[in-house]
Design a protein around this ligand. Structure first.
Ligand code: 16G
Ligand code: MG
Length: 558
């Protein structure tokens, strides 16, 4: 082992990667015949099939870091998927998702035979003129899956094989790793790249905004938190320690690693997709509750009413709460600010109407997937983005932060100064690199507290249109092509006209279809003025897709 490491180092310096593939063949041979694809959130598959993929992502991470001349992150997680799955995704230097043009390299690296690895490395090095002598750091993080440590070993072998330096952060949430990557590359300007630094930054901001009065108006200082039996359940404990009495967090669903309970009947994805209360959380009427997913980058709020009906406050509601609050804080600074919201086609029509008509905040639409929303949000000075599934954050432009700091210096009004100071603290509470369920939760709690709102007050702003999601299996989902942020379908010919004709029959009807980026099927979304209509509309559209886009297996049913 030691000998082969030394051999690898020598080979690297000579730009000869033969030993890399020898190492691959011996330690992490390609075991699967089928091709995998770097999708919306990296690679995801059964953990037992991923060893060689990890090794190769280790190689690619070193190449990416050298190309970008900065450190890169690699997160091992399969988010809300069940425990036997795992996955991997790369994090770029500013803490954002891997640039899209490199996804094809990731796919290529994962799929070539062991004996072609050397060739592919040479190809990318030559094509992109990568300087191969730099010593680069790769930050590695993993969620709580039992398969993660051995996959991390394969990943680190890949990093070492090209003489990169792996820095193992152990078990961390996905957004924590994004944060660490950016902190390191910003030379600590964004914060300290340690867990301690992360908790301190967020908790200090939270406590400053909360002040000394914890219960205000209808707001009560206690939230129930479902950790999905994952990394979010572990990390919330550090927050609770740091926050003390300023927020009481009832912590649930924290089973030990390896019990198979990760995401099982709990967590943000379970709550959103089943629109029901998770297992393992006490069913207290009117109690404000929230769930995160398996890697803590999605957040969902909900409560049970007197009839034990579960009311969901999803990503749309969170986005609107945040946008409205930021608009008010910004107005009190007296500054002109370009604030906007980014949603996807899944955003409930009632939410879009409320934010554009009532709050008068512009909304733009992006394709499903965090990287698309993030990119679009960068266009605003303050860009709020959220998917209905609870993934989202706020991005503040660098120039805007500078504008705030100089206005703070120049202003002679104490009122303006304190408004700007408050906004700067709010910015500290946000993890701008990516959606961060815990940071988002602290922001939601801050806003509800500042307004003196109960969860019902929050829900009262508008009423969601009933909606329904369906899945349709087709022979080839690539036959479905969409445009206009996935809201319209351009292929197969005639399908959109057929959808329009069906939608026309329903009150407040809206529907779209899109090929999934993570599963081999087509998704159908429908909303209408009543539950029955939404269900019926979804079914009609699903049947149309089945008929016109090569449906396979049994016909869709409700
Ligand atoms: C991934 C995306 C999520 C998106 C979902 C859609 C990231 C980090 N995650 O989980 O944002 O909503 O895919 O899945 O980008 P679908 O394409 O199967 O509907
Ligand atoms: Mg996730």
């Amino acid at each position: 082992m030691i000998r082969s490491q030394a051999a690898l180092k020598m080979a690297n310096n000579n730009h000869n990667y033969k030993t890399v593939y020898a190492f691959a063949r011996e330690m992490h041979p390609k075991t699967e015949k089928f091709d995998v694809q770097y999708g919306t959130a990296g690679f995801r598959a059964k953990a037992s099939t991923l060893g060689y993929v990890m090794y190769r992502m280790g190689l690619l991470a070193v190449l990416r870091a050298r190309y970008k001349k900065g450190c890169i992150g690699v997160m091992i997680t399969a988010s809300h998927n069940p425990e036997p799955d795992n996955g991997v995704k790369l994090i770029d230097p500013c803490g954002e998702m891997l640039e899209q043009s490199w996804e094809k390299w990731a796919t290529k690296f994962a799929n070539v035979g062991d004996d072609q690895l050397e060739e592919v490395i040479n190809e990318i090095v030559t094509q992109l003129n990568i300087e191969m002598t730099q010593r680069v750091e790769i930050l590695v993080g993993k969620d709580t899956r039992p398969s993660s440590p051995s996959l991390a070993k394969a990943l680190c072998d890949g990093i070492l094989a090209l003489s990169g330096k792996p820095i193992d952060y152990g078990i961390v949430t996905t957004p924590q790793l994004h944060y660490f990557v950016y902190c390191r590359n910003s030379r600590h300007e964004y914060g300290l790249p340690t867990e301690e630094g992360y908790y301190r930054k967020l908790c200090n901001a939270f406590k400053k905004l909360r002040g000394q009065k914890f219960d205000v108006g209808n707001y009560s200082n206690e939230v129930f938190y479902d950790g999905a039996n994952g990394v979010g359940a572990k990390k919330i404990k550090y927050f609770q320690e740091c926050l003390g009495d300023s927020l009481k967090i009832g912590m649930y669903n924290d089973e030990l690693i390896g019990t198979g309970k990760l995401n099982y009947m709990c967590g943000a994805d379970y709550v959103k997709t089943t629109q029901s209360f998770p297992h393992g959380v006490p069913q207290e009427i009117n109690q404000r509750c929230c769930s995160v997913d398996g890697d803590a980058d999605r957040l969902m709020y909900y409560y049970l009413d007197e009839d034990k009906k579960c009311h969901l406050l999803d990503g749309d509601r969170i986005a609107i709460l945040i946008a409205e609050y930021l608009k008010e804080v910004v107005e009190s600074t007296g500054l002109e600010v370009d604030l906007g919201l980014v949603q996807t086609a899944y955003a409930n029509g009632a939410s879009t109407k409320y934010i554009t008509k009532k709050l008068k905040v512009p909304v733009s639409f992006a394709c499903t997937g965090v990287k698309y929303l993030h990119h679009q949000a960068l266009k605003f000075e303050i860009g709020v983005y959220f998917e209905a599934n609870g993934h989202g954050t706020v991005i503040f432009k660098k120039e805007f932060k500078e504008k705030l700091r100089s206005a703070l210096k120049d202003s002679s009004s104490d009122e303006v100064k304190s408004a700007i100071e408050k906004l700067l603290v709010v910015i500290d509470l946000v993890n701008e690199t990516v959606g961060d369920a815990i940071s988002d939760m602290l922001l939601v709690e801050t806003i509800l507290h500042s307004k003196g709102w109960s969860v019902q007050d929050w829900e009262g702003a508008y009423t969601d249109l009933p909606n329904r999601l369906m899945k349709v299996s087709v022979k080839d989902r690539a036959k479905i092509q969409t445009t206009d942020a996935e809201r319209r379908c351009v292929k197969p010919d005639g399908l959109q006209d057929a959808i329009d004709a069906i939608v026309d029959k329903y009150n407040a009807g809206r529907s779209f279809v899109r090929p999934s980026g993570t599963e081999d099927l087509v998704r159908v979304y429908a909303e209408a003025s009543t539950r029955e209509e939404a269900d019926q509309l979804a079914l009609e559209i699903a049947l149309k897709v089945y008929e016109m886009a090569g449906g396979i297996g049994p016909e869709p049913t409700l």
